[in-house]
Design a protein around this ligand. Structure first.
Ligand code: FPP
Length: 239
């Protein structure tokens, strides 16, 4: 192992799966066909990451802002989540995957939140990869709900505002007991964070590829991981 490169697999990979619509448009297909192809790519990547013993994989499936898409596309995505949960939960469970969801559950159809809860309950004691699916999630939403908890506690006298630490904030955010992403991948050529895990991406290595999400396969993931492993991470220290 060289001194300059860390040469370690990322423990936590987070992915902004972008480009389904453009993938479909380039084939003169409707956008929903792109989401269907994107779902297949997501299933392949979940399986591959579990086999590679990645500790945590986070997929950005639906953002707080995605509600403003055409109603037909939103309903299609919601039905796709529901049928995927129904079809895949058992299969993920057999692979020892622990399923978790992050995001605002209050705006989702109860049929979906019920399945989400069931999947979390069924897989909660599994020892394999954590698969975290972000639905109706936004980094700003997460900070908002964290601040609400913190303000309740300060108003309740648990601690004074000047006693607030980074650890308090960490604990109020959505997944306090998991490592932060080491590697963020965004497909389809866009170079933005788009309100994804704003706090937790503080030291993540960012990897952008022009590949559209439905085309993102095992080889593409290997290329992203290889690029990550060549980098030197200093976390604000000198090398
Ligand atoms: C981005 O492409 C994709 C989405 C907003 C939806 C992502 C959903 C899936 C891939 C299904 C995965 C499902 C689960 C349960 C993990 P886009 O529509 O923004 O593409 P564009 O930028 O080319 O229009």
């Amino acid at each position: 192992m060289s001194n300059h490169h860390q040469c370690q697999l990322p423990k936590h990979i987070a992915i902004i799966m972008d480009g389904n619509g453009r993938w479909a448009a380039s084939r003169f297909m409707p956008r929903i066909a792109g989401h269907q192809a994107g779902l297949q790519a997501a299933k392949n990547i979940v399986k591959y990451c579990a086999e590679k013993k990645i500790a945590v994989l986070t997929l950005f499936a639906f953002s707080s802002e995605n509600w403003s898409r055409p109603i037909k596309e939103v309903s299609f995505l919601m039905e796709l989540f529901l049928s995927t949960l129904e079809a895949e939960t058992k299969r993920f469970h057999e692979k020892e995957i622990r399923i978790k969801f992050i995001g605002d559950r209050t705006r989702l159809d109860p049929r979906i939140t019920r399945k989400m809860q069931e999947a979390e309950n069924l897989t909660q004691h599994n020892k394999g990869m954590v698969l975290m699916i972000a639905i109706d999630y936004g980094g700003q939403w997460d900070m908002q709900q964290a601040l609400q908890k913190i303000m309740e506690k300060t108003l309740g006298g648990e601690y004074k505002p000047h006693e607030l630490t980074v650890a308090h904030i960490e604990n109020a955010l959505s997944f306090p007991d998991l490592p932060h992403p080491d590697l963020l991948i965004r497909t389809s050529g866009e170079k933005r964070i788009s309100n994804f895990m704003l706090w937790q991406l503080a030291y993540a290595e960012l990897y952008f590829t022009d590949t559209l999400w439905p085309d993102f396969n095992e080889a593409a993931l290997d290329a992203a991981i290889a690029d990550y492993m060549k980098r030197e991470r200093r976390f604000g220290n000198a090398s």
